[in-house]
Design a protein around this ligand. Structure first.
Ligand code: GDP
Ligand code: CA
Length: 325
């Protein structure tokens, strides 16, 4: 039985929080949580199903977005990449005939080179990620969902596409008919993933794409079960506001895969995994139907348009109490 008196707000300095995150949406909320929690209070478990090999390097797009955001280096316009990064290397590669379809800045290249070199030397992705986090001055713990290779594949009318081919090269124009996480059946959770979910006070599902960012994390062996059985307070935030994604293809993807395109549709995907669901003021009419799924609903401004608003949303999340029913 969960205690109804537990309070997770600012008067509980030792609480530990784990966030499940994809890229930009996950990074923004993680940044807000890190800002309001005590040092080392936050662990972020990041999707790795977008990772791919490119230009001979291992690129981990969501991990890097969270890394750059938590270290205050993210490009404020795109949300990914490094602020002020240059593209000398990419332009030089283009002169050799290499199609620069995937933007990699010079400083960003260093991350991929370092990661690839360390992986080739036998380190795990968990170890390399920890090195990158430490070198970047992070006080939060950053862990990949798995050290095994998982690759999202997108089924379209044109055939099966690699995730970055769909997302970047073809600009998410194809209708998504299906999604597969290649390798997921044999992927073990990275060290610390299950423990973080089981042992923390709060688990937050960030407002990331429910299908291709949170979906793979929940599909890693044992993660869904850990979320079902943890005694932590579980809180999700809707990435869909007023029937639309703020950015990216999550809304179109939900529609073509047969989900309702609303915060209610997202809540249905997380049914049984959450105690609370945070929806935007714009969606307040959906609260009764979401509550009927067995979650308490927090209605607030969920648009994290600046750093202050990330922290405000994080504070609201950490101030919720156990639902009384
Ligand atoms: P990606 O891996 O970079 O595509 O990013 P994520 O999967 O982490 O997040 C994408 C989702 O974040 C999109 O569906 C957006 O609607 C959502 N999102 C981005 N910014 C915000 C925000 O400020 N508030 C909320 N509620 N959702 C956001
Ligand atoms: Ca992503």
């Amino acid at each position: 039985m969960k205690s109804e008196s537990t309070h997770l707000g600012q008067d509980s300095p030792n609480r530990t929080v784990v966030a499940l995150a994809g890229g930009v949406g996950g990074a923004k909320l993680s940044h807000g949580l890190a800002a309001v929690l005590p040092e080392a209070g936050l662990t972020v478990i990041v999707n790795t199903a977008d990772d791919f090999d490119h230009l001979g390097l291992r690129m981990c797009t969501d991990l890097d977005t969270v890394l750059y955001t938590l270290s205050n280096r993210e490009n404020p316009v795109t949300g990914w990449g490094i602020d002020g990064d240059t593209r000398v290397t990419l332009d030089a590669l283009a002169e050799y005939g290499q199609d620069p379809w995937f933007m990699v800045g010079d400083h960003d290249f260093a991350t991929h080179i370092f990661r690839t070199e360390r992986l080739q030397a036998g380190e795990t992705l968990t170890q390399v990620t920890a090195r990158l986090a430490t070198a970047s001055g992070l006080s939060s713990t950053l862990i990949p969902m798995t050290n095994d290779r998982v690759a999202t594949l997108i089924e379209t009318a044109e055939g099966r596409l690699d995730f970055q081919d769909y997302f970047v090269a073809r600009r998410q124009q194809d209708v998504v008919l299906g999604v597969r996480f290649d390798g997921i059946a044999h992927a073990s959770p990275a060290p610390g993933v299950i423990e973080a979910i089981a042992d923390s006070d709060v688990v937050v599902i960030a407002p990331s794409n429910p299908v291709v960012s949170i979906g793979p994390i929940l599909a890693v062996e044992g993660v869904g079960q850990a979320l079902e059985t943890t005694s932590a307070l579980r809180i999700g935030v809707s990435p869909i506001i007023g029937g639309k994604a703020l950015k990216g293809p999550a809304d179109r993807m939900l529609a073509s895969l047969g989900h309702e395109v609303s915060s209610l549709g997202v809540a249905r995907i997380y049914e049984g995994l959450l105690d609370w669901f945070v929806i935007d003021d714009a969606d307040n009419d959906l609260a009764p139907q979401i509550e009927a799924l067995g979650m308490a609903v927090l209605i607030t401004d969920t648009i994290m348009s600046d750093r202050g608003k990330r922290a405000t949303l994080a504070r609201s999340i950490l101030d919720v109490k156990w639902p009384t029913s």
